[in-house]
Design a protein around this ligand. Structure first.
Ligand SMILES: Nc1ncnc2c1ncn2[C@@H]1O[C@H](COP(=O)(O)OP(=O)(O)OP(=O)(O)O)[C@@H](O)[C@H]1O
Ligand SMILES: [Mg+2]
Length: 255
């Protein structure tokens, strides 16, 4: 199993959008994919149309080792796609992680029993630098950093790269940053908005050797895709699907 975490330390940067569409695309390409909602906001769980029943184990129970990971995994209405869901109660895991001593390795540990069941695992993370976030990075082989094509996005990139390096420093992360994914890149016909252009240029400078991937354009079509439970390619929008094809190409290149 190759685990990819969508990380970005600010709200509204495209983490959930990227996790959802990447997971769906990989599953459509017939890989068996586990997606994990590690955000107590539970947007990914909601977008995937999964309702958490009151007695149903979620990521909380998996992380606290109340159930084995396999019992927290649910099939979805999409072929090849499985979910460890979240709900607001996931916030309770913060204390558990903080007192466990090595919170950053907890999620990796919990997923060990299922590594042979899936080809890919995609994790959506919360926007804050919480214990959950550290544990998500610790579980990842690859980090994908979606960031809005704006000053706020550039700041989010900076803080996300810092977090990754800190965890690398203490030995909790030994993977690779797959790429920076500019989000809501604005174009007017054939000309790019100045704010988008400047922000993406700043991202390139900051990213160094890390690839800056083709952008997710500002477009209602992505929201429609999420609402309708479709990928952009299923909607016949191959150009908007392109960033996800590039991410998969990056994954293939790093085998
Ligand atoms: N291409 C797009 N253009 C404009 N808006 C978009 C696009 N794709 C998604 N959105 C909207 O942007 C918002 C933020 O996206 P998303 O939820 O993926 O970000 P996030 O980083 O997961 O946010 P949070 O930090 O709150 O979890 C959502 O309301 C989503 O519907
Ligand atoms: Mg989100």
């Amino acid at each position: 199993m190759r685990t990819i975490a969508c990380l970005s330390l600010s709200g509204g940067q495209g983490k959930t959008t990227a996790a959802l569409l990447l997971g769906r695309t990989l599953a459509l390409n017939s890989s068996k994919v586990l997606v994990i909602d590690a955000d107590p906001q539970a947007n990914l769980t909601f977008y995937l149309g999964h309702q958490v029943a009151p007695d149903e184990p979620t990521l909380l129970e998996v992380m606290q080792r109340e159930v084995d990971a396999v019992h927290g995994i649910y099939p979805l209405r999409y072929a090849n796609l499985f979910l460890i869901p979240a709900d607001n109660a996931l916030n309770k895991v913060q204390d558990y992680l903080a007192t466990s001593g090595m919170g950053a390795v907890v999620l990796r540990r919990r997923l060990e029993p299922v590594v042979n069941l899936f080809e890919y695992c995609i994790i959506d993370s919360p926007p804050q630098r919480t214990q959950i976030c550290l544990s998500v990075v610790g579980a990842a082989d690859f980090i994908l950093i979606p960031v809005e094509a704006s000053t706020k996005g550039v700041n989010s990139l900076l803080r996300s790269l810092e977090l990754v390096e800190e965890l690398r420093d203490i030995g909790a992360f030994s993977g690779q940053v797959l790429g920076v994914l500019p989000f809501r890149d604005r174009w007017f016909g054939r000309s790019q908005a100045k704010e988008s252009r400047d922000a993406i240029e700043a991202m390139r400078q900051m990213a160094g050797d890390i690839p800056v991937l083709p952008s997710i354009l500002e477009s209602e079509q992505y929201k429609r895709a999420i609402r309708q439970g479709q990928t952009l390619s299923e909607m016949g929008l191959a150009d908007l699907q392109y960033p996800f094809e590039k991410i998969i190409a990056q994954l293939d290149a790093r085998r």
